[in-house]
Design a protein around this ligand. Structure first.
Ligand code: ADP
Length: 513
């Protein structure tokens, strides 16, 4: 069933014109067939009932005219009655029967006086005395009517009429009906073809235009003049194409502009890259020149400064002859200034070395306890000179760190020097602890501390937050900058916790390996 349906569906769905024509013809044929069928059937039943009525009325007439002749047992009179109805068109038989079934009159005179033998007549003898329809088909209508005399049933009048003649007319009607059906199908098909062509030819035009648009001819439009729904569809379609066309044009324009911008951008990026390369080369050159300058200058400055410090010490201490108090005082100032200048030059040199990427790291296993002892040796004199306490707390669970010992010592000395410098009383503490794979060294003091706002730029070069204090603190403002750079060089980090007036803690976190 499915295998039959599929090709049928395929055939049906292939063309709208086919669907329209076949649909209209099919509906037309079915309706016409139903109409003709109904018409013929109505006509048939009308003719039947009319003919039956005539048969009944003929039998009733025979019955009415036969009463006296039956009572008188007059065969001649009855024969006359039968003769009078025998001329009726289509009459097959006409008879008068007595109540016990004897033929009193008949259109075939040879059976008169005999008793009926056919099954229908025998049935009739046992029926109620009322009009009986014995046969009623497309060939014959056989009707019997009782004959009464003073309400006594004395016999039957029976008439048989052929309806073939009447039904012959019906055949003509049926034939004509089929001719009408055929004419209707032909006319309907022609009309359907015309209508389908009217719709599908316009649809084809639309399909052709869409194909051309798909091929890239976007300026194509559908030229169809119609006022119906198809016309409306075409108008909307054309409008949609106009909108799409203008949008595409706008997009293309925007795309072109974008492309131009992109090309220009590439040009600009190339120009900027070139400029940056030049700037980088210049910066590298400047940095190299700066480093060379600083190296030369440090040598040129440090040599005479060391001489100044050395000779002023010799003179001040009286090794070159006696000096009075004023001279000693002035020589001390010169000596201190020279020392300060030397520190500044050393710091600037350290910083410039790191910034030029020349800070080298020499790693070795450094025992932490030893490191702290060495550190204590460096700073104990200064701590004692200020009357402060020094607490050194080595790690309990880690004994050594692999790092650059010189730089680590430099970091801690810088932090401790600051702690001593900015603490008037109390203590300085150095604590070590092991956090994950890091060694944390905390340098705390009970000094003047640093306010929250100043914490942020404390590590910037030349930043000195206590410069304006009544107490003059010596320094260059480079110590913490160098310290942070060293810590980073060793792969670690430095943080500050501090409260103004209560003290500060610098935390140095370094990788153990
Ligand atoms: P300086 O040579 O001036 O000490 P640093 O870079 O070492 O330069 O320190 C910068 C500034 O940070 C110092 O001038 C001081 O104001 C502040 N500072 C550093 N360490 C401490 C500390 N332990 N307590 C209070 N202030 C400190």
């Amino acid at each position: 069933m499915k295998s039959l349906l599929l090709p049928l569906q395929h055939f049906w769905h292939q063309s709208i014109r086919r669907q329209l024509v076949l649909g209209i013809v099919l509906v037309h044929s079915v309706l016409m067939f139903l109409f003709v069928f109904d018409l013929v059937e109505r006509q048939r039943s009308f003719l039947h009932s009319q003919s039956l009525e005539q048969s009944i009325s003929l039998a009733s007439t025979v019955a009415a005219n036969s009463v006296s002749w039956v009572l008188a047992n007059d065969y001649l009179g009855l024969e006359e009655v039968i003769q009078s109805v025998s001329k009726y068109p289509g009459i097959r038989h006409a008879m008068v029967l007595s109540g016990d079934g004897r033929v009193l009159a008949h259109n075939k005179s040879d059976v008169v006086g005999q008793y009926v033998t056919d099954s229908l007549s025998l049935q009739l003898l046992h029926m109620q005395p009322s009009t009986q329809i014995l046969t009623n088909n497309d060939v014959l209508q056989d009707v019997a009517t009782p004959i009464f005399s003073n309400q006594e049933h004395i016999g039957w009048a029976r008439v048989g009429i052929s309806v073939e003649q009447t039904m012959a007319g019906l055949e003509v009607i049926t034939r004509n009906g089929f001719i009408y059906i055929l004419v209707a199908i032909v006319v309907g098909t022609g009309f359907a073809i015309l209508m389908a062509r009217g719709i599908t030819s316009d649809l084809k035009t639309i399909v052709n235009v869409t194909s051309k648009i798909r091929e890239g001819k976007s300026e194509q439009r559908v030229n169809i003049e119609r006022n119906d729904e198809l016309g409306e569809l075409v108008n909307n379609f054309n409008h949609m194409l106009d909108v799409l066309h203008s949008q595409t044009r706008d997009k293309e324009k925007a795309w072109q502009e974008l492309k131009q911008h992109r090309d220009h951008l590439e040009e600009m990026v190339a120009q900027r890259t070139k400029a940056l390369e030049v700037a980088k080369d210049n910066a590298l050159l400047a940095s190299r020149v700066k480093s060379e300058f600083l190296a030369n200058m440090s040598h040129e400055l440090r040599t005479p400064l060391n001489s100044i410090i050395g000779f002023t010490s010799i003179i001040k201490d009286g090794f070159a002859g006696e000096v009075n108090d004023t001279q000693q005082e002035q020589l001390t100032i010169v000596n201190n200034s020279a020392k300060h200048l030397l520190t500044l030059i050393n710091d600037v040199l350290d910083l410039s070395k790191i910034e030029a990427g020349k800070g080298e790291v020499f790693k070795e296993a450094v025992p932490i306890a030893e490191l702290l002892t060495e550190l204590a040796g460096f700073i104990t004199p200064q701590v004692k000179a200020k009357g402060l306490n020094l607490n050194m707390q080595p790690c309990s669970d880690v004994s050594e760190i692999v790092t650059d010992k010189g730089k680590l010592l430099q970091i801690l000395i810088n932090l401790l020097s600051n702690a001593i410098k900015f603490t008037e009383s109390g203590s300085i503490t150095v604590e070590c602890c092991h956090v994950a794979d890091q060694l944390e060294i905390r340098v705390s003091d009970t000094g003047i501390g640093i306010s929250h706002d100043q914490k942020d730029n404390i590590f910037d070069a030349f930043s000195q937050v206590h410069r304006g204090d009544s107490r003059q603190y010596e320094g260059t403002g480079l110590g913490l900058t160098i310290t942070r750079n060293f810590v980073r060089l060793l792969g670690g980090n430095i943080y500050l916790e501090s409260e103004l007036g209560k003290g500060s803690t610098f935390i140095v976190s370094l990788p153990l390996n």
